[in-house]
Write a protein that binds this ligand. Structure first.
Ligand code: CMP
Length: 228
């Protein structure tokens, strides 16, 4: 069963007994979204957390001039919407299905009931939020102080860490265009293209139709830290 496989690999459900999978599935409805469909918008009231069972979700914010910054892509086993659930405040960002997507919807009341039964769930959620804060600290450092090459390397490695894409040709394929890399890296499109060409010429990545293949992750990490 797809939900069992996803739950057994999910950080949110880590170390919880297999029997609890059934309890969670019975307590939570499954919702499906088409590609491009809005799941929620920044500012909406937030009553539930979502656990991705299949597909991919884009989390983003929009600037006052309407420019979009992708904050994250959420993949099977990962959760989103947990901030409003625990803070009881409006959604801090918008969520859109990137591909056909299936999610388990965990409403606040159900969460509180499950928490009494499985207290570890609260610790798992705290770990997920701590990991995101750690990643954000790195992101702030790289996006604020480092040069364009490091920013692009950070963006590509972040996508890889979150398993955005798939293994291909002995590397890791990421479906992405230069403008999206620029948005993630906080550079202009021209700068992102210049860096992509440099990394490609050095064999660290390859350009393929509809995206990039990361060929040498160690070298990309060296670029991130300004060592190459
Ligand atoms: P919530 O505020 O309920 O709704 C928007 C969701 O986007 C938020 O919960 C988090 O789950 C997710 N989110 C917000 N900021 C980030 C971020 N920087 N990285 C990854 N996910 C985020």
């Amino acid at each position: 069963m797809i939900a069992d496989k996803v739950l057994s690999q999910s950080e949110f459900w880590r170390s919880l007994p297999v029997e609890s999978h059934r309890i969670l599935r019975e307590a939570c409805p499954t919702w499906r979204f088409d590609p491009g469909e809005t799941i929620f918008q920044k500012g909406d009231p937030g009553e539930a957390l979502y656990l991705v069972l299949a597909g991919k979700v884009r989390i983003f914010r929009e600037s006052l001039e309407g420019r979009r910054k992708v904050l994250a892509y959420v993949h099977p086993g990962e959760v989103f919407g947990e901030m409003s659930l625990v803070e009881e405040r409006p959604r801090s960002a918008s969520a859109v299905a990137e591909t056909p997507t299936e999610v388990l919807v965990l409403f606040r009341d159900t969460y509180m009931n499950l928490l009494r039964r499985f207290p570890l769930l609260g610790h798992n959620l705290a770990r997920i939020i701590a990991a995101r804060l750690r990643e954000m600290n790195d992101e702030i450092l790289f996006l604020t102080f480092e040069e364009a090459k490091s920013k692009v390397a950070f963006a590509l490695l972040k996508l890889y860490r979150h398993r955005h894409g798939e293994p291909r040709d002995g590397g890791w394929f990421i479906p992405i265009v230069h403008q999206e890399i620029a948005n993630l890296a906080g550079t202009s499109r021209e700068t992102a293209t210049r860096v992509v060409h440099e990394l490609r010429d050095r064999g660290i990545i390859a350009s393929v139709s509809s995206g990039l293949v990361l060929r040498d992750l160690d070298a990309l990490e060296q670029v991130l830290y300004g060592l190459q």
